[in-house]
Design a protein around this ligand. Sequence first.
Ligand SMILES: NC(=O)c1ccc[n+]([C@@H]2O[C@H](COP(=O)([O-])OP(=O)(O)OC[C@H]3O[C@@H](n4cnc5c(N)ncnc54)[C@H](OP(=O)(O)O)[C@@H]3O)[C@@H](O)[C@H]2O)c1
Length: 392
Amino acid sequence: MKRIAILGSTGSIGQSTLSIVESYPERFAVASLAAGRNIDTALQQCLRWRPRVVSLATEELAADFARRLRSAGVTTTDVVWGSEGTVRVATLPEADFVVSAIVGVAGLEATYAAVMAGKTIGLANKEAMVAAGEIITAAAREKKVALLPIDSEHNAIHQCMRAGRRDEVRQIWLTASGGPFRTLPASEFRNITVEQALHHPTWVMGRRITIDSSTLLNKGLEIIEACRLFDLSPSAIKVTVHPQSTVHSLVEFVDGSLLAQISVTDMRLPILYALSYPERVKSDLRFDMASLSELHFEPPDLERFPCLRLAYEAAEKGGAHAIALNAADEVAVEAFLKRVIPFTGIPDTIEQVLETTPETHPATIQEVLAVDHASRELAREVLAGREASRRC
Ligand SMILES: NC(=O)c1ccc[n+]([C@@H]2O[C@H](COP(=O)([O-])OP(=O)(O)OC[C@H]3O[C@@H](n4cnc5c(N)ncnc54)[C@H](OP(=O)(O)O)[C@@H]3O)[C@@H](O)[C@H]2O)c1
């Protein structure tokens, strides 16, 4: 029986993880849960799974949650909050597997703490790897901890890599759906609405990753995540646009063979793979071979999707540039969702922040968080400056 801590239990990946736990009660149990602000869903989860510890984003939410839990007669769950709370959830001695699925850099400290505590990690929180991948992978090597990717592309690469030795890999191909604007002319990008950007053609996901998929910044974050997870240089990571999202990614070996992983577009499959690794367990997530009528691949357009170019540049520089790429994007996506900036303001903001980011390589999580903080400030200044010049 694996006892699981879920960071981000109320999100899209967190809820899919709980549905896997529900389907395999003989294999998996819930040890602890970390949510953010959605206390209604967290309460339902708590009543169903009776975790040892639950964390919420703030002290006020935790107090409200604890009251509601007591009214429901639950006295066996500790309620904690904030980053200390997520660390407690991630390092609980009873937990042997941590699903890292908080969105953004908010998941970094707990993911790192879980590695340091020797837990096996199912990694969905790509931003933690982008901001601090070098530190996390070094800690994982030292603690002999497995980092098992849940992101469908990296999960596909992980599966294909099992077919050969590491020195037999020439390069990898990450597939990208291309998002909702794959064929939209450049002249129309400025007028893209929030509703259009939130309508992903093949996946149902959280808001941030959905917007990132529409700008292709998500693919850029995945390039950096892949560099860290598979110890590859950015030049060994190619992107191909594949609108059907049927092939989840490919590994190209030195002899010219390409291995691809194909499955349904359902995140429960990579979650199940990570939770059960190194075993494979039976599931009803069947792929319909009759649907394999068309597989289309095309190169990405870096002109219309500058976020991908910016991500490749940040991947080459690494360190502070990777941190700033993610931080500036988090701020810019939030501003876009609040309708403060147009769609094209997202890459513009990131580019301006990266232009003034020094080439440093933070060596500790605290240093990473300091660069993250400074990059967010810079992004807010860029946005404020743009707003001021718009008003003039
Ligand atoms: N969804 C996918 O298909 C998919 C695929 C590959 C990778 N990923 C990656 O997986 C991660 C999660 O994605 P998602 O789509 O599941 O996002 P989501 O649906 O937006 O869920 C995010 C989760 O993080 C929690 N959270 C946010 N801020 C927090 C904070 N300060 N403290 C504690 N918890 C906090 C949220 O809590 P509340 O909702 O309670 O506020 C929620 O549980 C992201 O890094 C994403 O890039 C997702």
